[in-house]
Design a protein. Structure first.
Length: 388
């Protein structure tokens, strides 16, 4: 049975070009980039090339504005904790209710007598407007953090408008761009973003590597202290193979991203229109908003999402419910709850996320299997009056 992977928002396969680029750094090129000798200089050159590639992908003014980290979670933590610490460790953080847990739980952990947090509710499509941000800013707001593209429904936020507003009010702006990187055009210099989080494993790079963009002049305190690497903002010997893989993934995303995004949007459109045509009572969550090109979050009313996921898995089709990053969680998705979905729509939601390597055949296979799977799972579900 040919397996079909439609869970690219959880993680993506490492592209062969990326693995190839990394390989020498797991062998002969093992030097520490902080060493002065030739082994060290080879590794340093590779790290700096990767930095330039990451900077080019997001339109950073200088490669030095890229700090390598262990991934999206660390980048979000560094941005939030580091910006608040640099601002004196007190004040207000403004964020949204649809952020990834790496932002939301960090805000929760920071919240205290000295730090207050506001989580803006989204509209029904998962959007947070610049007007809502403007209305919630306070004189003591030290950071605004609103994600670029949502991992569960794919909704794109108006980051350009929010960044402009923050700039006007003199408040630093962070965006978690882990899902949007490589899928939508990005120019942090033009937008005036202060901090941007990214992760290699969502763009066909390796796990455990990412970066935080820090605009020159933006104030940030380190979380990790030690050897003073990454401009003293992220100590620790660099993960050279991971960084090289991230750099190659960024290069590929810059070259191929726009064409890939168009192809994914067309595939997603085909999937959604055929599903809605062939299966009754389907809701496209976030369908009214502009979305990441490969993300489709569908609610099959009257079906249990988890059961449907298992049925599809038995057929070799991998999809997800909620966020794979909240390991083992059976709680309803906080994103869908914040969007105000009905209980039935919450229960019956499934995320299909397409990416590099997704094909027409993959979508065709889903369309072959899904209608019958939904019919069976709906037949198994207790009738609404039996549920208390
Ligand atoms: C929007 C978003 N932010 C942050 C993360 C965490 O990234 P990482 O897995 O690299 O720590 C994820 C992972 O799913 C994500 O989707």
């Amino acid at each position: 049975m040919k397996r079909v992977y439609l869970d690219h928002n959880a993680t993506t396969p490492v592209r062969p070009e990326v693995a190839e680029a990394m390989r020498p750094f797991l062998g002969a090129l093992f030097g520490n980039p902080n060493s002065i000798h030739g082994f060290g200089r080879e590794a340093r050159a590779a790290v700096e090339e990767a930095r330039a590639r990451a900077a080019a992908l997001i339109g950073a003014a200088e490669p030095e504005e890229i700090l390598f980290t262990s991934g999206g979670t660390e980048s979000d933590n560094l941005a939030l904790r580091g910006a608040l610490a640099a601002a004196g460790g007190s004040g207000h953080i403004l964020t949204s209710a649809v952020e990834h847990h790496a932002v939301l739980d960090t805000c929760k952990a920071l919240e205290s007598g000295k730090i207050r947090v506001t989580c803006l509710p989204p509209d029904k499509a998962g959007r947070v407007t610049a007007g809502a941000v403007a209305g919630a800013l306070r004189p003591d707001t030290r950071l605004v953090s609103v994600m670029w593209g949502n991992n569960e429904v794919g909704t794109l936020q108006p980051v350009g408008e929010i960044a402009a507003l923050c700039r006007e009010r003199g408040v630093p702006f962070h965006t978690d761009a882990v899902q949007a990187l490589g899928k939508v055009p990005m120019n942090v210099r033009e937008l005036g973003v202060d901090f941007l989080s990214a992760s290699a494993h969502k763009i066909n790079g390796p796990k455990g590597a990412g970066f935080l963009y820090v605009r020159t002049g933006a104030r940030l305190a380190p979380l990790l202290t030690g050897g003073g690497q990454e401009r003293d903002l992220r100590s620790g010997t660099e993960n050279v193979p991971g960084i090289v893989g991230l750099g190659e993934a960024c290069r590929l995303a810059r070259e191929e991203g726009p064409a890939q995004a168009r192809a994914l949007a067309a595939l997603r459109e085909r999937l959604e229109s055929a599903v809605c045509e062939r299966i009754p009572d389907v809701v496209v969550n976030g369908g009214a908003a502009e979305r990441l090109p490969g993300t489709s979050n569908l609610s099959f009313i009257g079906a249990e999402g988890e059961t449907l996921l298992i049925r599809l898995d038995l057929e070799g089709i991998a999809v997800s419910t909620g966020s794979a990053c909240s390991a083992g969680s059976t709680e309803p998705s906080h994103v869908l709850v914040a969007m105000g979905l009905s209980l039935e729509a919450l229960r019956g939601s499934l995320r299909f996320s397409l990416g590099w390597g997704s094909t027409e055949e993959d979508v065709g296979r889903v369309l072959d299997v899904l209608p019958e799977a939904v019919r069976r799972v709906r037949a198994m579900a207790p009738k609404p009056e039996a549920r208390r």
